[in-house]
Ligand binder design. Structure first.
Ligand code: ZN
Length: 218
């Protein structure tokens, strides 16, 4: 799931007449990850979805406000209602699959975000789990391991410093699935931006997260 959507674009970065919104880039990566999961046979839901934006190429993903929350609910403006709506959607799906015998650890939610910090601050992909939630921590650790090993493979001398932290976030607290909240970088930093603006990099992040999900499912 990509965070934000509907009336909420998430973090916004304006420069040279263009307006880059967190939601659109996180959504494109979420779609790419979902495509990988579906082609691998995983039952996959996009909790927040845009009915007419598929996977997009190019470096500028225009913002709009027509996203809906599973299954076809209009997204409210107020934050508490907005998050409550998507947590409820996730928990409804969780209950549905639990009833049909799917184990808790096999029901996972990935929440994708892009942070907004000072322009010169670079941040590596990092993870949050709910304080004390062992399954959430383990899931985040497995995904982080995948990201680290891919950086090692493809950008040898780069180093990777993405962290895993416990944080009492509404969406981590309220969802019954094994959930992780991921910040993909700083939307204002020119180096970090390459991670979202370059289509191949969006695909790479999706692929790397996908391979983490595969290892988590083993
Ligand atoms: Zn966000």
């Amino acid at each position: 799931m990509s965070g934000h959507g509907g009336p909420d674009p998430g973090a916004v970065y304006r420069s040279g007449g263009r307006k880059d919104c967190e939601y659109e880039y996180a959504y494109d990566i979420a779609l790419r990850l979902a495509r990988n999961l579906i082609s691998h046979g995983a039952t996959t839901y996009l909790i927040v979805r845009d009915p007419n934006d598929g996977i997009r190429s190019g470096s500028y993903l225009k913002n709009d406000k027509d996203e809906i929350c599973w299954r076809s609910q209009k997204i409210p403006r107020a934050q508490k209602k907005r998050l409550g709506q998507r947590a409820k959607a996730i928990n409804k799906l969780y209950a549905y699959h639990k009833k049909r015998g799917v184990k808790d650890e096999n029901q996972r939610t990935i929440m994708l975000h892009i942070d907004s910090r000072k322009v010169n601050k670079r941040i590596d992909i990092f993870f949050y789990y709910y304080p004390g939630n062992k399954k959430g921590k383990k899931f985040a650790t497995t995904l982080q391991k995948s990201i680290r090993s891919k950086y090692k493979e493809y950008q040898k001398n780069r180093g990777y410093t993405g962290t895993i932290k416990a944080r009492d976030l509404f969406m981590l607290r309220e969802t019954k699935t094994t959930s992780t909240y991921i910040e993909l970088g700083n939307i204002k930093n020119p180096m970090d931006q390459k991670r979202f603006l370059v289509e191949n990099n969006r695909q790479a992040i999706a692929n790397w997260l996908f391979s983490g999900v595969v290892s988590a499912a083993k």
